[in-house]
Ligand binder design. Sequence first.
Ligand SMILES: [Zn+2]
Length: 305
Amino acid sequence: MSERQIIREHIIEPGTGKAFEVLKDQILRIEQIEGGQCVDFNCFNLHDYKEFMHTGRTRTLYGLNPSKGDFMWSAPPRERPMIYILQDTLKQNDVIFPYCSAYMYENMFGLSKHTNCNDMQAEAQREYGLTPDDVHDSFNLFMNTGVNEDGVMYIKRLSSDPGDYVEFLALFDVLAVPNTCGNDVLNTSNYSLKPIKIQIYQATREELASVPYTASLASQRTPAQFKNATIKADRELSADPSYRPDFMNVPIEVSELEVTLSDAEYDILNSVRLSELYGDDDGDALRDVFFAWWAENFIGDPHSR
Ligand SMILES: [Zn+2]
């Protein structure tokens, strides 16, 4: 394996964040120095900040704790992999919880000026001209979370050691913005704030070759395909009098399709039909059975979707 070239190194001090340009084929490593520190993370297309990381899409594909081998996707309709999680020594990351915020500390603890992730992200992004409204839902690295049997989300103490790290490989040029979580009054970072080490490397040929294939499809749109590609430059909202709705595939057409079942097939349908949902309607029952079978057998691996 060829040697990696280090491009940049930086220490993020407690209570701060920093925006880094990470170009295509470069690796961003976010590393524990003392251990026990949660890191919140935002990511934008460096050349078009309106394309940004979408934790919801990522959560749907990989679950609540994305890790090594998963991609972080941009929001629909761009919907393409932005960065690939190349390495993850702890495998303890979160896409359930939002940022901690100034309001949260004031409302829950009476602390009106507490350091918080939302304000740290906004301040770090300001270097690139972004506003507090541009801060998007965060990917929370090293954060020890889950959902219990009653459906209640929980945060546990963080178990990272010094030297634990997560590495992202940029699939196109991005602005990556990590900040050290400011929560020292809950167990998120074990009740204290610590620094975090950042390194940026050039990926080796072997590392680039290790990224799984993802299909490029026509539904992944660019601003050139948007009906309105102009970024609105003022804050007030007002209706465009020339607007005429133009939705795809409308009106939706429903057509009848005749399906013939043998007696044996009809017996099978009767043995699995969901009468509580569809009564005695054979068509509704068969449609459910068909699509349930199709979804179970033919929906692909999210890594190749
Ligand atoms: Zn936080």
